[in-house]
Ligand binder design. Sequence first.
Ligand SMILES: [Zn+2]
Ligand SMILES: [Zn+2]
Ligand SMILES: [Zn+2]
Length: 306
Amino acid sequence: MMIEFDKVLKESLWNNSIIFLKDAIERIVSTNIDREIGTERGLILLTCSSIQVSMELALKSFIIDNYGVRSILVSSQYRMQDDEIIRLYNSNKIRTKTFEELKKFLKQNNNNILTEDDYDIISDFQKFRNIIVHFIPNLSDGDYFDLEYDVIQYAIHVLIKILKNGDDLIKSSEFLEHHLGWELREKLIKYEPYLHAMSSLVRQNSDKVFDCINCGHRTFSMEEQICYSCNFENHFYYLIDCCFCKEKKSVIYDNLNIKGNNHIMKGVCLNCGEDGMIYQCPDCERAHNIEVNCENQCLPGKCINK
Ligand SMILES: [Zn+2]
Ligand SMILES: [Zn+2]
Ligand SMILES: [Zn+2]
C-alpha cells in the first residue's frame, strides 16, 4: 500500500515541479529582451521564485523516491501508521519538513547526487527566496543582470540534476526538450543565460568544447559528440585533423555523401572555423583538405597508399 502511495506522491510532486519550471522558463524566454536595457526586474524576481518552488517540490519528490514518504514528514507524523499518513494526505493535513531540513537530510544520507558547490548554490537561492518573500531585495542593475544568469545556471546545473534523479545518461538539454517542448527549447537556444549555463556545464564534462555545426554555439562536446545547447548528436559525420589550427580530429565532413560527389565534400573545422574541400580517397579511405598540403597525400586517380 505504502509503495503505491509513495509512487503517486512522488509523481505528483515531480509533475508540479515541472509546471513551475516550465512557467519560469516560458515567461523569461518569451519576453523580447533588449540586452542593452536588460530584463525587467519583476520578471527576474518571478523567475527566481518559480525556480525555487520547483526546486522545493523536486527535492521532496526525489527524497520520497529514494527514502520513502516518512523522510519528508515532520517528526510528529513520522511514526504514524501507513493508513493514518494516507488519511492526513487526503485531508490536506500532511506536514512536511522545511526545505532547510530536507536539504540537510539529503546531505547527511551521503547521497552524492549533489556536490558541495551545488549545496552552496542552493543555500544562496534559499536565502534570496526568503528576502523576496519577506522583504524587498536591495539590488543594483548589475546585481539583477547577474541574478538572471545565476538563476538559469541554478535551474540547469542543480534543479535538473534532482529532477533527473541523478541519471547522467539524460543530458539537461534533452530533458528540457522532452519536458518543455521543442518550441520553448528553440527559444532557449537564443537566450544568452541558457547558452552561458550550457557552456559551463559542457566544460565540466568535456576537455574539448568546439562549435556545433547545427546551432553554431560553442557547446559541442568532442568527447561525447553531443551539443549541450541544441542536442545535436554526431553519429555519422567523420572527423579529420585540421591543417590550420593543428587540432586533432576537428574537421567535420559528410562521409556518407562524399562517394556520390566525386569523393569531394566541403568540411569545416569545429575549432577554428576554417573550411576547405575534403577529398576522401576511394582506394584507402584516407581524407584530407585538398586545398592545402597536397604533398604526400592521395589525389584523384593517384592513391599513395596503394
Ligand atoms: Zn548545437
Ligand atoms: Zn582548425
Ligand atoms: Zn589513398
